[in-house]
Design a protein around this ligand. Structure first.
Ligand code: SF4
Ligand code: SF4
Length: 164
């Protein structure tokens, strides 16, 4: 897995132009069954990838925390929301609440998430490849393919199977 992760930024960079072109065309005209296609590609790919061998998202990029995330996680940790925020979070340049440091403080040595049951919504949904109207978040996906080997594979399969 480490080799795959080491090579991923280069591979993503080589595909960037083609990916941008592909998503631009998809945004103009997308097949009616795109959500179904994405659901299948997502499931098929995640059946082959073990996130516990990777955890690259938790190590290199953090989620955004919503107010609900903060309240839920603070309650789980038996902390006051403000204390949780002060200890683990900061406000970034876009005014979003994000982790103070990476890798994420809740990532254990064995790559398990210590707050898995209550993890931020953004973590549970990453890399968003099964969301509806996936092609509308291409700006995010173009970044995620350099971080997440599953997202990279899914976009490659998508380019091969979705005619634009
Ligand atoms: S909260 Fe859990 S899933 Fe989210 S980045 Fe941290 S370790 Fe990963
Ligand atoms: S979601 Fe992607 S980056 Fe995160 S652990 Fe799974 S394969 Fe790795």
């Amino acid at each position: 897995m480490q080799d795959i992760l080491n090579n991923l930024p280069d591979k993503a960079s080589k595909e960037r132009k083609a990916n941008k072109k592909f998503f631009a065309k998809l945004r103009k005209k997308s097949p009616k069954n795109l959500d179904l296609i994405m659901q299948d590609l997502h499931e098929e790919t995640f059946n082959e990838i073990n996130c516990l061998e990777c955890a690259n998202c938790c190590k290199t990029t953090g989620p955004l925390f919503t107010g609900k995330d903060v309240d839920r996680i603070a309650k789980f940790l038996k902390m006051k929301p403000k204390d949780f925020e002060n200890k683990y979070l900061q406000v970034d340049e876009e005014n979003d609440l994000v982790l103070k440091s990476l890798p994420c403080s809740f990532l254990a040595e064995d790559n398990k998430c210590l707050i898995y049951e209550v993890r931020p919504k953004a973590c549970a949904e990453f890399p968003h490849t099964d969301r509806k109207k996936f092609h509308q978040i291409s700006h995010l996906t173009l970044k995620n393919v350099a971080i997440c080997p599953a997202a990279f594979e899914i976009v490659e399969k998508m380019k091969a199977s979705v005619k634009v």
